[in-house]
Design a protein around this ligand. Structure first.
Ligand SMILES: *Cc1c(COP(=O)(O)O)cnc(C)c1O
Length: 217
């Protein structure tokens, strides 16, 4: 378990970029990890975790919360509208707000439930057909629509194409956020979180570097 190594590297990257110490939030991505690995990170005192699937998260986090107390949970994977209510009840933050229809569903449910998780609009910075997210050219309109629905949008999220220089995509995401007055930047994973911090990431999503390689099944 190398949670502490990652925390040390985050602090170094913050210092190098002239960022305020502690300004980057580490989301430990526990999807598909065996429970004993997750428990070890909870035992080490970490309380901010990310999951990709509502169903998987609903199976393990109520139990961990009973055992360990409050845990801040972030949804990182695509959200179907028919799972939106369950997601809003389970997660504190949703990073995958990727289409107007989902925004309208979340707004309706927020009225019903009287609360709404913090939200990040996912931008498909590489315009990859297989990837979720609003296209960069449509991002301003999407953010405006979310604001007109009174949704609590805190920032933007991206997953750069695997075969491209991540920094280009982090820079683009930061530009779109800045021109829309958004402070949050969810970007950077195990292989590139230091680059993301240098480009202003406020939330980094680190899985395998903390837990080890994901065990399928
Ligand atoms: C799996 C995943 C991560 C973590 O990936 P690692 O390479 O294991 O750090 C981060 N963000 C999203 C959206 C993911 O699906």
């Amino acid at each position: 378990m190398s949670l502490q190594d990652i925390q040390t590297r985050i602090a170094a990257a913050e210092a190098q970029a002239g960022r305020t110490p502690g300004s980057v939030r580490l989301i430990a991505v526990s999807k598909v990890q065996p429970d004993d690995r997750v428990r070890a990170v909870l035992d080490a005192g970490h309380r901010v975790f990310g999951e990709n699937r509502v169903q998987e998260a609903a199976g393990k986090w109520p139990g961990f919360r009973d055992m360990f107390g409050p845990v801040e949970l972030h949804l990182l994977g695509p959200l179907q509208t028919n799972k939106a209510r369950q997601a809003m009840e389970l997660f504190d933050v949703i990073h995958s707000l990727d289409r107007p229809k989902l925004a309208r569903t979340l707004a309706r449910l927020a009225d019903e439930l009287g609360r709404c998780p913090d939200l990040f609009v996912q931008v498909n910075t590489g315009a990859e057909p297989q990837k979720a997210g609003i296209l960069p050219d449509d991002a301003d309109a999407m953010i405006a629509e979310c604001r007109s629905l009174d949704l609590p949008v805190q920032g933007l999220m991206c997953i750069p194409p695997v075969d491209e220089d991540a920094a280009t995509h982090f820079r683009l995401l930061a530009e779109i956020a800045a021109r829309n007055g958004l402070a949050g930047l969810s970007m950077g994973m195990s292989d590139d979180f230091e680059t993301a911090i240098a480009h202003g990431a406020t939330h980094i999503r680190v899985g395998s570097a903390i837990f080890g390689a994901r065990v399928p099944g």
